[in-house]
Design a protein around this ligand. Structure first.
Ligand code: NDP
Length: 243
């Protein structure tokens, strides 16, 4: 799938799934910028992916930082054609013990961050009559998960956001889709014990946890011309766990 000539921005792109996505988009020929809040790691990851990959430092919840990072990407790389809202956090706990700070922190990054980035890039995409916005949700947004009321609400919210914006932007050929990963091997799932992994594997028909590249390949597909007639959808990439 050829993304030559396209410019992609991946939030939370310095590690985990975001890094795999940035790598795959770059391998498909896109110009890539990663946006992350870690000022040390982001430039290192960018260089490891390719000399031409830019690293922007911004917190996705901060409108001023987002605006200034996007302006720099557009000046140095060109207008953004593909936005991947991947940055995400968890602050797990049962409802009875969940603080409103933990609720706000997760909703702010996972949902408001996607809103701020999407709003900022949508205008240019609409003017140019071409754009792809891909939101990284989660199967937890479809199924719920005990101990993750804040995270599940943010990921379910991201699906509603995806469908609404898809309807608003479709007439300008800006396609908006979500991917719902299952359990993927990253720092976010590193705390799982071997016993928990065995329990999970037993629920996954394909018998393994996913890798970042499993999600990255789905992103490249949705960003490509092969997905020209797909918008407002949730692509579940989970080894068959949720059917
Ligand atoms: P990681 O925790 O490994 O990486 C998340 C990245 O997002 C980090 O680089 C992190 O930066 C960055 N980030 C977090 N908050 C902000 C912020 N406010 N501004 C800018 N960047 C930020 O997560 P994964 O790679 O595992 O997950 C990526 C996405 O996929 C998330 O949205 C997650 O919810 C989703 N997902 C993951 C699954 C999994 O099993 N791993 C399953 C389903 C969905 P920093 O290092 O500074 O924290």
């Amino acid at each position: 799938m050829d993304l030559m000539g396209k410019i992609a921005l991946v939030t939370g792109g310095s590690r985990g799934i975001g890094r795999a996505i940035a790598d795959a988009l770059h391998a498909a020929g896109a110009g890539v910028a990663i946006l992350d809040r870690d000022a040390e790691r982001a430039p290192i990851t960018a260089r490891e992916i390719g000399d031409d990959v830019c690293a922007m430092i911004a917190d996705v919840t901060n409108p001023d930082q987002v605006a200034s990072a996007l302006a720099t990407v557009e000046e140095t790389c060109g207008p953004i054609d593909i936005l991947v809202n991947n940055a995400g956090v968890t602050k797990d706990g049962l409802l009875a013990r969940m603080s409103s700070d933990d609720w706000d922190a997760v909703l702010d990054v996972n949902l408001k961050g996607a809103f701020l980035l999407t709003k900022a890039v949508a205008r240019g995409m609409m003017k140019r009559r071409w754009g792809r916005i891909i939101n990284i949700s989660s199967v937890v947004g479809l199924m719920g998960n005990a101990g993750q009321a804040n995270y599940a609400a943010s990921k379910a919210g991201l699906i509603g956001f995806t469908k609404s914006v898809a309807r608003e932007l479709a007439s300008r050929n800006v396609l908006v889709n979500a991917i719902a990963p299952g359990f993927i091997e990253t720092d976010m799932t590193a705390a799982l014990t071997e016993a928990q992994r065995d329990t999970l594997r037993a629920q996954i028909p394909l018998g393994r946890l996913g890798q970042g590249m499993d999600i990255a390949r789905a992103v490249v597909f949705l960003a490509s011309d092969h997905a020209d007639y797909i918008t407002g959808q949730v692509l579940v990439v989970d080894g068959g766990m949720v059917m």
